[in-house]
Design a protein around this ligand. Structure first.
Ligand code: PMP
Length: 465
């Protein structure tokens, strides 16, 4: 592993002590809120970041699925400076800035169907929150105030604001947290790897669609306002749904006038090789698409919801065309965020999307080769997102005990070898910057192989596997 300059031992100690004393990091456990220090990162360049000890690491998860064009991108850095000097902020209530208007037109041109309108937010949670509040508002305006329930799926992740978090369905998401659960119905996770024994993937898909149809019958279409789905469930473990699933769920939504919200916070902006994946990859036209993360490659917090012209037209034609959508953020349409997104889009359109499409099969095939390791139950994915799922044993594919934290163990070994992993309990997610080359993919896979092998040995030594 290449060593570059890190901080001195003294500076590292001071960093850790100060972090423990004052910084609250996301998803802490009660006993450590405001009293922990996670690994420090001091710089980034291309697909690499350098940690506080001076170790260069491949950024396996691209931050949190967001650093799509890579770290240290000069055109974006220049845009940040130039836009800050040209116009650092304007009130989105009373005025509109150039970058947001230009970006909206470009996004509308990329978006499927009639998704011609953008409401900008500060990230993914606020984008999902906006989509859901808009659904509630629209149904109030259309005189059907009971049509508000939201159908989500087990295994999903949609955010950390109150309503968006109420949709989450991963282990531990609701153990200690309140939620607006009364508004939410959760369907089975469309995970072919965990389908019932003896059921084909096709029959599993039929079961999932039937479950949605039965849910609509049970609750009544007049009570269900939206179905929300990540086209590929990301934080739930890169779950690629069965062929035809999204299409058939879309058809049921259309039949029952239920809004189909595609949460593309992860899948958009090149992760699957296209600006948006709904149409290009899955052949569906949602009523709303939410996005964030890759829209600025993480260089500025920005998200948004693309909303269909047809829906807006219905509101215009309603008896309550004067009703106000009382929802807005100080940083909606932020000029710096939108300018960064324009430059980011230039880079994606200028070659990075094509590179991601060209390298995706190689990336998937190389990772798939890890299935020969006894700890690995399945490697799955699409585009430049993938997940290695470890299992207790390969005969049954039974999951490992949650408290083994196998993902964290693999991550610890990989970090010693030069790779950051996104550990998800017993899974490792890989979603590197889209600029990754084939030799770099080889490095990533080779380190991951070593990390998993070392973890296997460790578990065996400790008598845990
Ligand atoms: N939706 C999806 C699919 C996500 O993966 C995430 C974040 N991981 C969010 C929404 C929330 O985005 P943010 O963290 O930017 O609020």
């Amino acid at each position: 592993m290449r060593k570059v300059k890190g901080l001195s031992q003294q500076a590292r100690d001071a960093f850790a002590e100060s972090a423990r004393a004052h910084l609250i990091q996301p998803w802490p456990v009660a006993g450590e809120i405001g009293a922990e220090s996670r690994g420090g990162i001091v710089s980034g360049n291309g697909i690499y970041v350098t940690d506080i000890e001076g170790r260069r690491q491949i950024d396996g998860p691209a931050g949190m699925w967001c650093t799509n064009v890579g770290h240290g991108c000069e055109p974006i850095a220049r845009t940040l400076y130039e836009q800050a000097m040209a116009l650092s902020y304007n009130s989105p209530w009373y005025t509109a800035n150039d970058p947001s208007v230009r970006l909206s037109e470009r996004l509308a041109n990329h978006a499927p169907g009639d998704l011609n309108h953008v409401f900008y937010t500060t990230g993914g949670s606020s984008a999902v929150e906006t989509a859901l509040r808009f659904m509630q508002f629209a149904n109030n305006v259309l005189g059907r105030a009971d049509k508000k329930m939201i159908v989500a799926r087990q295994g999903a992740y949609h955010g950390s604001t109150y309503l968006s978090a109420s949709l989450n369905g991963r282990p531990r998401d609701h153990d200690w947290m309140d939620s607006a659960g009364e508004l939410v119905i959760k369907l089975t996770c469309p995970n072919p790897f965990r389908r019932p024994a003896g059921v084909s993937v096709e029959a599993f898909c039929d079961m999932l669609v039937d479950e949605f149809r039965n849910t609509i019958e049970t609750y009544g279409a007049e009570r269900i306002g939206a179905f929300i789905a990540e086209p590929i469930m990301a934080s739930g473990g890169v779950i690629v749904p069965p062929e035809g699933y999204l299409d058939r769920m879309r058809a049921l939504c259309t039949e029952h006038d239920i809004l189909f919200i595609a949460d593309e916070v992860v899948t958009a902006f090149g992760r699957l090789g296209h600006v948006f994946a709904s149409k290009e990859v899955f052949g569906i036209e949602p009523d709303i698409i939410t996005f964030a993360k890759g829209v600025t490659s993480g260089y500025f917090p920005l998200g948004g919801a693309m909303i269909s012209s047809r829906l807006l037209e219905r509101l215009r034609q309603s008896n309550h065309a004067d009703a106000m959508f009382a929802h807005g953020l100080t940083y909606s349409s932020h000029p710096i965020g939108c300018a960064v997104a324009e430059t980011n889009l230039d880079l994606l359109e200028g070659g990075i999307l094509a590179q991601a499409r060209a390298n995706a099969p190689y990336f998937q095939a190389q990772l798939k080769s890890l299935e020969d390791l006894p700890l690995v139950g399945e490697v799955r994915g699409l585009g430049l997102m993938a997940c290695v799922e470890c299992v207790a044993d390969r005969e049954s594919n039974n999951p490992l005990a949650l408290d083994l934290e196998v993902g964290k163990r693999i991550d610890a070994h990989c970090q010693q070898l030069g790779l950051l992993v996104r550990p998800l309990i017993h899974m490792c997610v890989m979603s590197p910057p889209l600029t990754i080359s084939r030799p770099q993919i080889d490095d990533l896979v080779s380190i991951l192989r070593q990390g998993i092998s070392l973890t296997q040995d460790e578990l065996t030594r400790e008598g845990l596997w």
